[in-house]
Design a protein around this ligand. Structure first.
Ligand code: FAD
Ligand code: SF4
Ligand code: SF4
Length: 477
């Protein structure tokens, strides 16, 4: 009888790849988790109970065939595991690193629900594709025949790149326009290296070039080329521009030196990691070294800012959030990482204003959680008379992002947007009301996740290919 390799969750304990000690990881921007050794990856995969109805898969936005690639990894059949993994995910090694697995696949693993600790799906997904890169199994597009149709994609983030990859593999001519000098969107300039090392993104960008995708970088659509001109050049256009307008608060001191936006701070830091000269970093404005840093916000961007500040050599780093730990939107895993690295969290604390220009402190209001609002979430209320000033010489605002006003910026009043400014597009295909114009990722969903942008990009590419091939879509009832 064949030896049972799976269902080992009662014998084998959950074991994440080794995390580097905080005192070491505080000093550099390298990823904090080591790679699984081959034996460890196989062993951890063997914990999966091969559910008939795998909730991990249901809760993965890409519906990755997780049980199958876990079994193949447990059996040492890594090339097959890679084939299955990449069939549904354009960038599995990126998702394996930065998906909030505790809210998606792993959070819904039945073994987690039964108290044995989830199968470490993300780390195994990363291991499979990192190994595939090492072994040369990850290949650029090599279409069997070139097609005449061309697609212009505005935005080289994960949504645009995923669509580009899929279209190019079928021979479509693809040009990506991006206002930055490097491709990758927030993978390159938003997310710090300690979560996603930059060569992981760079090798994907290079592979797209090798596969025949044309990049027009340093090309700001609306300024360097009009949206109309791009439409005129291509049979279809995908808008994948993300959301970059920082949500602001109105308070005394906003706009002063040292009260800075998260995206500017993180972009400067990522540029430094590439070896670029960044004036606002060199002049101290966006450099946390030696400073008392206060970060405002409780999401993943705030977590990236506090942990970047630690690595830049801040004297102290505090995070102010107006709700409590249980109600913060950021991943609990990231909060734990930040605490291990020396970040102090001030829960139930909100900024009322900023002192000094350059800034010397934050006026803080203490809060309590009141009655639930219409969404069922407890609304924070001010505790009168409990205000204080928190010393700070760099304040970073990480309060979220909104879309830019594309119809105005692009002089395209017919581009359909909703009242929040995100583009109105079909949820499955990304088609907008403008003929041949599609939209994917954050510019449709609002600030979301890499894995959703990848899904949108893939679905949209499929819809465009169907259009080119004259295949009618049967709308879901
Ligand atoms: P983006 O990645 O934003 O890419 C859009 C691209 O469009 C950019 O390159 C931009 O330069 C370009 N562009 C915009 N306007 C124009 C124009 N007019 N002309 C030309 N080019 C233009 N998600 C996770 O899943 N895990 C995480 O750990 C995580 N961490 C995050 C940390 C931070 C700091 C931030 C800000 C976000 C994080 N996210 C994370 C969210 C994730 O990065 C986004 O959901 C995802 O990148 C959206 O992909 P996208 O392709 O829609 O847009
Ligand atoms: Fe989990 Fe993200 Fe991978 Fe899906 S893509 S299996 S959610 S890590
Ligand atoms: Fe395996 Fe967990 Fe998915 Fe079930 S839910 S198939 S145990 S990973």
């Amino acid at each position: 009888m064949a030896k049972q390799v799976m269902l080992k969750f009662t014998d084998v304990a959950r074991d994440m790849p080794e995390k580097r000690p905080p005192n070491l990881r505080r000093t550099d921007f390298d990823e904090i988790y080591a790679e699984y050794a081959d034996r460890k990856a196989a062993e951890q995969s063997s914990r999966c109970s091969q559910c008939g109805v795998p909730y991990c898969q249901t809760h993965c936005p890409l519906h990755n065939n997780i049980p199958d690639w876990l079994r193949l990894t447990a059996e040492g059949r890594l090339e097959e595991a890679y084939e299955i993994s990449q069939a549904t995910n354009t960038f599995p090694e990126i998702c394996g690193r930065i998906c909030p697995q505790d809210r998606l696949c792993e959070g819904n693993c039945v073994i987690e629900q039964s108290g044995h600790g989830t199968v470490t799906i993300g780390s195994i997904e990363k291991y499979i594709t990192d190994t595939a890169w090492e072994k040369g199994w990850v290949k650029p597009a090599a279409p069997r025949e070139e097609r005449q149709e061309s697609v212009g994609i505005i935005g080289a983030g994960p949504g645009g790149l995923a669509a580009a990859d899929m279209l190019r593999r079928t021979g479509v001519q693809v040009t990506i326009y991006d206002r930055y000098d490097r491709a990758g969107g927030l993978l390159t300039y938003g997310i710090p290296g300690f979560k996603l090392e930059k060569d992981v993104v760079e090798r994907r960008n290079a592979q797209l070039v090798d596969g025949g995708v044309t990049f027009e970088l340093n090309c700001d659509v609306g300024r360097d080329i009009s949206f109309g001109a791009i439409r005129g050049k291509h049979d279809a256009v995908i808008i994948a521009t993300g959301v970059y307008k920082t949500r602001e608060i109105e308070a005394p001191g906003v706009g002063g030196f040292g009260v800075e936006r998260a995206i500017d701070f993180l972009t400067a830091s990522n540029r430094k990691s590439f070896g670029d000269t960044v004036e606002e970093f060199e002049n101290g404005r966006l450099n946390a070294a030696g400073k008392k840093v206060v970060v405002i916000g409780g999401g993943d961007t705030a977590m990236d800012c506090v942990r970047t500040s630690i690595r830049q050599g801040a004297e102290s780093v505090k995070c102010l959030y107006r709700r409590d730990r249980a109600n913060m939107p950021g991943s609990q895993r990231e909060v734990q990482n930040a605490e291990e690295e020396g970040v102090i969290f001030e829960w139930l604390s909100a900024p009322k204003g900023f002192v000094g220009d350059p800034v010397t402190g934050v006026m803080v209001q203490k809060m309590r959680l009141g009655a639930p609002d219409v969404t069922g979430r407890q609304a924070p209320e001010v505790i009168e008379g409990a205000d204080y000033v928190e010393d700070a010489d760099l304040v970073i605002m990480a309060l979220g992002f909104e879309p830019e006003d594309l119809p105005v910026l692009w002089d395209e009043p017919d581009l359909p947007v909703n009242r929040w400014g995100t583009i109105k597009a079909d949820y499955v295909t990304g088609a907008t009301a403008l003929e041949g114009v599609y939209a994917v990722g954050d510019i449709v969903r609002g600030a979301s996740l890499v894995v959703w942008a990848i899904k949108d990009g893939r679905d949209c590419a499929e819809a465009i290919l169907n259009d080119f091939n004259g295949v009618q879509r049967i709308a879901a009832e």
